[in-house]
Design a protein around this ligand. Sequence first.
Ligand code: AMP
Length: 299
Amino acid sequence: MSLLVVGSVALDTVYTPRGELLDGLGGSAVYFSVASSIFGPVHIVGVVGNDFPKEHIEKLKMRGVDSEGLYIADGKTFRWHGKYGEDFGDPETLLTELNVFADFSPNLPRKYRDLQFVFLGNIHPKLQLQVLEQMDSPKLIAADTMNFWIERELDSFREVMKKIDVLIINELEVRMLTGVRSIFTGAKKIQQMGPSTLIVKRGAYGSFAITGEDIFVVPAYPTDNVVDPTGAGDSFAGGFMGYIASKGEITPENLHLAMVYGSLVASFDVEGFSIRNLEKLTMDKLNERLAKFRQITDF
Ligand code: AMP
């Protein structure tokens, strides 16, 4: 599998109605890589500080994540603190500390440059662009972002949008990027900004994809055991891109099953803090949910 991800590697402090986690392993690139690794090896680009526990890097390696592009810099690891309300909806961000990400400028390992599938995870858009500049000619580029970057770095994110094939964002971000309240109207507007496919994540309500005039809708897998929704979006993207990269091309059929896998992988993520559930995920468990998913969506 020829897959690269750049994004945040973090120590997260998370408060949810089911408990709290202090300085746990998190970050967009971490959730994405562990989620996609179910389909094959994935290569990560990011930076951590010298306070980052070594065992976290070992955990990633155990899942087949290549960490040659994960740099260790002098300073503190990126930190994010978030708090979820009773409905487990969008979290309130209590703190974002960029730390070593503030002046990170990656020099990609040579062997990363000809990778075919690229995911630009949620991180500074300038960093997303720097990674793209060093790639030879990827077959498919997907990206994510967050309100934090849309508010501060909109111009550079517009540059990113011109260069990508698939944008995977949530409803709030669609509204922020377009100023339009209706997400379907907003989605059409975003297609004119660059990406030919837009995937809109709607939390517990599932997701939909728009390619040209085609639309495909996928529910979230119903679970009554939500513990911590952090990383659900990145896990969705990991399941999605992992499946596409393992197939080697994006056909309408692959796109549909990739979205279903994204939805299923995300359902495992939300059932535990940090990557606790994802790191134990097996293909058997995933396919068990796939069979159930077929049952509940068939009519
Ligand atoms: P998700 O719940 O899928 O949106 O992703 C949550 C992850 O995003 C957490 O593990 C955070 O460490 C990370 N995160 C939060 N804010 C930012 C930010 N501004 N830039 C990059 N990563 C972030």
